[in-house]
Design a protein. Structure first.
Length: 306
């Protein structure tokens, strides 16, 4: 059964700071995203995470990343230029570890160095919850059954095409027809639940109505999103929003990994509300970019947290 989550439920996950809070209490998110080919993905995800109430963000550049063939800045340089508040590099010995991680956005597995693959695999085998996007999805899906029992709580964020590849890699047979039918919410929910159960992770199947499924059969769906979100880079923004929400709720997620599904739907609803604000709210609708969605996140947060 799919449980619908109205936008009003998002407020439960939007943690407002109090007098006793400091930057560490508000959540520390580690980010390993972007590449020489796609530095903008890192900028979008980092910007979205900062604007979702995060206390501290640590960006770790990809290891042995090749230089851009088009003279683009490295993802670290691009992030620094856009968000100088960001901390760079792995946490030194004795420093506060990251509460959660976001990996994979803007990366190509075929171009990833072996050392970077090993570093991502170590995060997947760690104890901190991980939001797994884009180029890291295959790494999470390849975890063995034994590795899954001790791995960090994971939430995978595939769109329909990436979901299809995960389904095929898991050798689950014919790809469900529901993946080609966004209006078939029930069918997509069944497919998401089956993949989640097989992989032992939470799956956030992105679409006009985003569906979250846990390995234990729980399914949640959000309201229909604005079609203006169908533009490049918005998936990177959603990943950043989700990373920030998970980092702020990491202790609860460690105790109950199934909460990742509800956080996934909350992130999708905050993401959608920001897009609607950027597109003109209830007035005349206008085209938007992923960067516009990032800029509108604080206003969306204020509306939904009220």
């Amino acid at each position: 059964m799919i449980f619908e989550r109205p936008p009003s439920d998002v407020a439960h996950w939007l943690r407002r700071p109090g007098a006793r809070d400091d930057k560490y209490r508000r959540g520390v998110l580690g980010v390993r995203t972007g590449s020489a080919l796609y530095p903008g993905a890192a900028v979008l995800g980092v910007g979205a995470a900062w604007r979702t109430g995060l206390g501290l963000l640590r960006y770790v550049p990809p290891v042995d990343d090749a230089a851009s063939p088009w003279g683009l800045p490295s993802p670290a340089a691009a992030v620094l230029a856009a968000h100088p508040e960001t901390v760079f590099g792995p946490a030194p010995e004795g420093a506060r570890p990251c509460d959660a991680w976001l990996i994979g956005s803007g990366t190509d597995p075929a171009a990833r160095a072996a050392a970077e693959t090993a570093a991502l695999a170590a995060l997947l085998a760690g104890s901190a919850p991980v939001v797994v996007d884009a180029g890291a999805l295959g790494l999470a899906a390849a975890l063995s059954a034994a590795e899954r029992t001790v791995a960090a709580p994971l939430i995978l964020t595939p769109h329909a095409g990436e979901f299809t590849r995960l389904w095929q890699a898991a050798d689950l047979g014919a790809v469900p027809a529901a993946l080609r039918s966004p209006e078939d919410v029930a069918g997509r929910g069944v497919a998401a639940a089956e993949l989640a159960a097989v992989l032992g992770v939470t799956v956030l199947l992105k679409g006009s109505r985003t569906i979250a499924a846990t390995p234990h059969g729980h399914q949640f769906v959000g309201p229909e999103a604005t079609p203006w979100l169908a533009t490049a880079g918005t998936g990177d923004v959603l990943a950043g929003v989700l990373g920030a929400l998970v980092a702020a709720q990491t202790e609860a997620v460690r105790q109950d990994p199934d909460l990742l599904a509800e956080l996934g739907i909350a992130a999708a609803q905050l993401h959608d509300r920001a897009a609607r604000i950027a597109a003109g709210g209830t007035g005349v609708q206008r085209p938007i970019t992923a960067g516009d969605v990032v800029s509108a996140l604080p206003a969306a947060y204020a509306e939904l947290a009220a």
